[in-house]
Design a binder for this molecule. Structure first.
Ligand code: PHE
Length: 341
């Protein structure tokens, strides 16, 4: 470029300044290098040629070159600011669009109910523990005073893993494990899965949740049990929910009872959910049978206790008006979305 007079080169450079104001990010970078670049920048070139010019030219060219340098620098800075501020405001982004709801996980509705139930019993001093799902016949039946020729132990009802080992048919074997392991006073709730060879229909599933409860201490009576369950029902359902106790039979409790809570659907007046009775069964229970204490090494002369077993799925169905237990297994998002926390 040496043959082009420095003045002409400068006018050429001045003409480029206008373009800076409209350049996009990429073009702005190109202009910066072609004008101010240390190696090939046009203005840099002129500035370097100044020492070789005569005195008069040196002054005019030098002044003009410095003016241009400042003008270019401030034009670039201004354009950079404008471009940075405009990010995201182009027509491609509509800021008035509603945001996409974030995908969020939640505990399964049965887990929510289990945690809530255990939390209520926690207030009464119960610890939450667990026990194995693969269980021996001894713990699942024998220690609970269920003889192996009892219909409950029948192959028709029980999944056998191998001779002598079953998938527990209830959470009650954890009663025996707890009494063997800990000395009274005992207050535990035991949530977990149980298995039975039941059909998969609106009210049965071959695998289902239970929460076992066990209290063992000196002087524990049926009144303590009734008070605890009454507290539970009023806390879990509503303060005006009544419970009732019907005589029943379990080999491991004596006396035994089934506990009903007032139907949450009709509030006790009778509807199709409660088959017109006004009540919903929520658990089996009773006073721990002395034979169970003896089988687990607890002195039945000194200690008494109560035990109960409830079905969280059934309780959740009562509370939320869920018509079919299989909905808990489908994992249909339209169902689960109703239980977001
Ligand atoms: N294990 C019984 C059942 O599965 C319930 C139960 C538990 C009854 C504890 C009495 C005491 O039906």
């Amino acid at each position: 470029m040496a043959h082009v007079p420095a003045e002409d080169q400068l006018e050429h450079i001045a003409a480029a300044i206008d373009e800076i104001a409209t350049a996009d990010v990429q073009r702005l970078e190109q202009l910066r290098t072609s004008l101010l670049g240390r190696k090939a920048g046009a203005l840099t070139h002129v500035l370097r040629s100044i020492p070789a010019l005569d005195a008069e030219q040196r002054r005019t060219v030098g002044r003009r070159a410095n003016e241009l340098k400042h003008a270019i620098e401030s034009a670039i800075t201004a354009r950079e600011r404008t471009l940075a501020a405009a990010v995201g405001t182009g027509p491609a982004v509509d800021r008035t669009m509603p945001g996409r709801r974030r995908w969020r996980g939640a505990r399964h509705p049965i887990t929510q109910v289990v945690d809530e139930i255990c939390g209520i019993f926690r207030e009464l001093g119960f610890s939450r523990i667990m026990g194995p799902e693969a269980e021996t016949e001894e713990y699942n039946f024998t220690k609970l005073n269920i003889p192996l020729d009892h219909p409950a132990a029948d192959m028709q009802d029980t999944f056998y893993l191998k001779p002598g080992v079953v998938l527990r048919t209830h959470t009650s074997p954890v009663q025996a494990r707890t009494m063997e392991r800990y000395a009274p006073p005992i207050r535990v709730v035991v949530p977990g899965l149980a298995y039975r060879r039941d059909p998969f229909d609106p009210s049965h599933a071959p695998v289902f949740d239970q929460i076992e409860g066990l209290v063992v201490d000196e002087g524990v009576s049926f009144v303590d049990f009734k008070a605890a369950i009454d507290f539970f029902a009023k806390r879990f359902f509503s303060a005006d929910t009544a419970v009732r106790f019907r005589p029943s039979y379990f080999p491991f409790t004596e006396p035994s009872a089934e506990v009903d809570a007032q139907c949450q659907n009709c509030r006790g007046t009778g509807c199709s959910t409660c088959k017109q009775t006004g009540w919903m069964e929520i658990m089996g229970a009773g006073m721990v049978h002395p034979a169970v204490f003896e089988a687990c090494g607890i002195d039945s002369e000194r200690y008494t206790g109560y035990a109960f077993g409830m079905g969280p799925a059934r309780i959740a169905m009562v509370r939320y008006g869920i018509p079919d237990i299989r909905m808990f297994f489908d994992n249909d998002m339209r169902f689960l979305d109703q239980f977001l926390e």
